[in-house]
Design a protein around this ligand. Structure first.
Ligand SMILES: O=C(O)CCC(=O)C(=O)O
Length: 289
């Protein structure tokens, strides 16, 4: 029986996941140790073929109906990564909060195999923070400069994990994700947020100091998820293949890791594993937001 007919707790119990246990739920100790050492982890086959087919179908509907298609991230890095002609033609298809647009994506963000794996890395309590689509169109699909996701949604500490859900097989030819292994250990870094003329640009790390050549490519299959710490430095190359490369990022945090700025700030998320602890000064959510 598929998980689409059940809420995650019910399905989690049926599928043998104990949402309250303190031992590992989905990952093994070697996987946890790899994440702790490198700041990223490739988790194969998180979604079944049937699940990913439904997610891909509804994603294509979201792309056709709601997503934005544009030049993507701004900044001086563009002319380092792309020649003039490519830079003018390169595009990114993006959309935030896919779980608010269709059911398959609501099910995807609460899937017990993913939520259980994140609990293995974060601790017993896991809160959904956001989802973001990054689709790279064929041939000149948008590359990503080296950066930490912390620069986009600043949190007090490293108890935050981003998950890249793969809707297509990836390798370097279509712009797979690449990481600077172990870079999460340096913590949050200042990013470039201004063009030379003083206007603002998308946060990124200096291209002279951070080179994609020094990163580890992590090719993955459709249905796999690659997870990484909010402080892990990463980027990706242009999509030079003849097919679109679709990837969706899901951000999860420990609910006690306070957000200080950026995307989705101040917005409470769904608890996908465990419980939201109450501190002495916290109040129940108001009904006006
Ligand atoms: O989609 C990609 O290739 C990279 C995405 C990325 O850097 C991010 O989501 O932070």
């Amino acid at each position: 029986m598929g998980f689409y007919n059940h809420d995650f707790q019910e399905y989690g119990s049926m599928a043998g996941f104990d949402v309250a246990q303190t031992t590992l739920n989905v990952l093994d100790e070697e996987q946890v140790a790899f994440y702790e050492e490198n700041g990223y982890l490739h988790i194969p086959s998180v979604y079944t073929d049937e699940e990913i087919d439904t997610m891909a179908e509804e994603l294509d509907w979201q792309i056709g109906t709601w997503a934005n298609r544009g030049p993507g991230w701004s900044g001086p890095w563009r002319r380092v990564y792309m020649d003039e002609e490519t830079e003018q033609q390169s595009e990114l298809i993006a959309l935030h909060d896919l779980h608010r647009y269709s059911r398959a994506w609501c099910n995807a963000v609460t899937h017990p195999r993913l939520a259980g794996a994140i609990a293995d890395l974060l601790g017993p309590n896991v809160e959904l923070h956001h989802t973001t689509l990054h689709a790279k169109p064929p041939e000149m699909g948008h590359p990503f400069p080296m950066h930490q996701d912390w620069a986009f949604y600043k949190h007090e500490d490293g108890r935050y994990i981003d998950c890249l859900v793969h809707l297509d097989d990836t390798d370097d030819s279509n712009g797979c994700i690449r990481f600077l292994a172990g870079s999460h250990k340096v913590g949050a870094l200042d990013h470039i947020v201004q063009n030379p003329d003083g206007t603002s640009c998308t946060p990124h790390l200096p291209t002279n100091d951070y080179d994609l050549e020094n990163t580890v490519p992590v090719p993955a299959k459709r249905g796999d998820v690659v997870v990484f710490c909010i402080h892990t430095i990463h980027g990706s190359r242009i999509n030079q293949s003849d097919r679109i490369r679709r990837m969706v990022r899901i951000g999860y945090r420990d609910p006690e890791n306070v957000q200080t700025a950026g995307q989705s700030a101040g917005r409470p998320g769904l608890m996908v594993w465990g419980k939201r602890p109450r501190s002495e000064d916290s109040e129940p959510f108001p009904t006006s937001i």
